[in-house]
Design a protein around this ligand. Sequence first.
Ligand SMILES: [Zn+2]
Length: 156
Amino acid sequence: MQGGLGITDYIIWNEAAMVRKLLTKDRLLRLKISQDNWCIICGSQPETVEHLFFECKFSAACLQMLLKLVQKGTIKNDVKGVWHRSIRAVKGKKCRALITAMTAVLIYIIWWARNEALWNQRAPSPGVICAQVQQECKIRVVIFYTGNVAGMRGSG
Ligand SMILES: [Zn+2]
């Protein structure tokens, strides 16, 4: 059953599968690998997948900041204007695809931030997170519109 699935769907699906397998501290505690299950970033709630990516005040701040950037259209468009065009075109299906892709990227970056906090005792600020997400999204928007990453590489 081939068909509707494009590369973007594949990336999102792949990341959803990855997220389900992530060893959050609630799992580490159950496996008796961790001594506690507190969120490494805010320290006020147990670290579950739901908490880390959607409920933690840190993640919420990152998402709020990103959504503001999208609404204001201030996300930079230096990849041949692709991002800018896609923002202008965000209506209905495309909008949903874009926001979904952005959320997948955000989840990936938050996991990175969480590991920074775990191993280096410092979490990047929401501003740094947003910059990272924007960088990743540029790549993905190109994939979304061209079906490959060739558009990212300078011609030479
Ligand atoms: Zn938290």
